[in-house]
Ligand binder design. Structure first.
Ligand code: AMP
Ligand code: TRP
Length: 349
């Protein structure tokens, strides 16, 4: 099979040549999935299935690095349902929960001994998440990016589609891969995974504050569109989204200096499958009220069917569990031999 032919991740297994293209990405089962997760990550995964074998993980071990509720299993099912409802095909791609494949934790330990404290001290997401409470944060939160590197490299994945906020973590994964290869004198053992930060909205901003990222943890629900929102909720949130008093218009540089306006135009462009420049030209001189009606309609027609498919899938938990178990078996079959060889390289008996 040539590199460009469609493969499943399992068929990639049969290919011993180094570093075949392989996609790996994941989302944490915390809070509500929102438009940022969808436009920054999940939506971009769907077409990749046509180009490369893909592995999509629900990273439940990452979800326990901060406080969490006992409904982790249901949250995990919800994310898996969202992947599939968004167009991930669990027959072709591998969909599974991180905690079901032991290689993630085992490789993370080895990588904890490769990564330097100085590298982790530079991670901005830890600083944001720990805030003033650094001393009381879990040690897991601190080494979170090391586990992320293990997620990717346990499969020798080469392409990692994520939102812009994950770029620094990908750089760390590359540094870990390189230091492991150098220190253990195994050039090329681990690949250098490439971040793929795609589309006009690599960073979807809050609807209430154009300078803050749309996030699961923001207390105001008006700040985000959740994949579970009803059509009415979507319309209300867009109507209430903060804008400035000027009509739409001006150059890209001018619109980018208006963060709330720029965010809404970016969201429209992503949903319409076009570029911000074109949306700006289309609505030149228009008031936000009319634009918002059209944006709400676009959102409802995109998110609505995904939400309905998710709801339908979540009625049959046993079927989701079956998909995730099968996914874990397939993932383990790829990761276990890579882990075994990595342990041998380290020198474990
Ligand atoms: P998380 O919710 O932190 O598990 O993120 C899951 C994926 O969604 C990652 O690829 C993030 O980069 C992406 N993501 C999260 N929030 C946003 C956002 N506001 N804009 C774009 N991408 C995002
Ligand atoms: N840290 C990522 C986030 O919060 C989630 C994640 C964990 C991930 N492991 C990964 C993403 C591996 C891509 C690849 O968004």
């Amino acid at each position: 099979m040539s590199d460009t032919a469609v493969q499943t991740p399992d068929s990639a297994l049969a290919q011993p040549a180094k570093h075949k293209p392989l996609v790996f990405s994941g989302v944490q089962p915390t809070g509500n999935l929102h438009l940022g997760n969808y436009l920054g990550a999940i939506r971009n995964w769907v077409p990749m299935q046509e180009e490369m074998p893909c592995i999509f993980c629900v990273v439940d071990m990452h979800a326990i690095t901060a406080s969490f509720e006992p409904d982790l299993a249901d949250k995990t099912r919800e994310i898996a349902a969202a992947y599939i409802a968004s167009g991930i095909d669990p027959e072709r791609s591998i969909v599974f929960a991180q905690s079901r494949v032991p290689a993630h934790a085992e490789l993370a330990w080895i990588f904890n001994c490769i990564a330097r404290i100085g590298w982790l001290d530079r991670m901005t997401q830890f600083k944001e998440k720990a805030g003033k409470n650094k001393e009381r944060s879990s040690a897991g939160l601190y080494v979170y990016p090391v586990l992320m590197a293990a997620d990717i490299l346990a499969y020798k994945a080469t392409h990692v589609p994520v939102g812009e906020d994950q770029k620094q973590h990908l750089e760390l994964a590359r540094d870990i891969a390189q230091k492991f290869n150098n220190d253990l004198n195994e050039p090329g053992w681990f690949p250098q995974p490439e971040p793929m930060i795609l589309g006009p909205t690599p960073r979807v901003m809050s609807l209430r504050d154009g300078k803050a990222k749309m996030s699961k943890s923001e207390p105001s629900d008006l700040s985000r569109i959740n994949l579970k929102d009803s059509n009415d909720e979507i319309a209300t949130k867009i109507r209430k989204a903060r804008t400035d008093p000027e009509p739409i218009g001006g150059s890209m540089a001018e619109i980018d200096a208006r963060p709330e306006a720029s965010n809404l135009i970016g969201i429209y462009a992503a949903l319409a499958g076009t570029e911000k420049e074109k949306v700006l030209a289309q609505f030149d001189g228009a008031q936000f009220s009319g634009f918002k009606n059209e944006l709400a309609e676009l959102l409802v027609s995109t998110i609505g069917p995904i939400r309905d498919r998710m709801d339908h899938m979540l009625k049959d938990k046993a079927e989701i569990d079956r998909i995730l178990s099968r996914g874990a078996e397939r993932a383990d079959a790829i990761a276990a031999p890579i882990l075994a060889e990595t342990k041998r390289i380290v020198g474990f008996l």
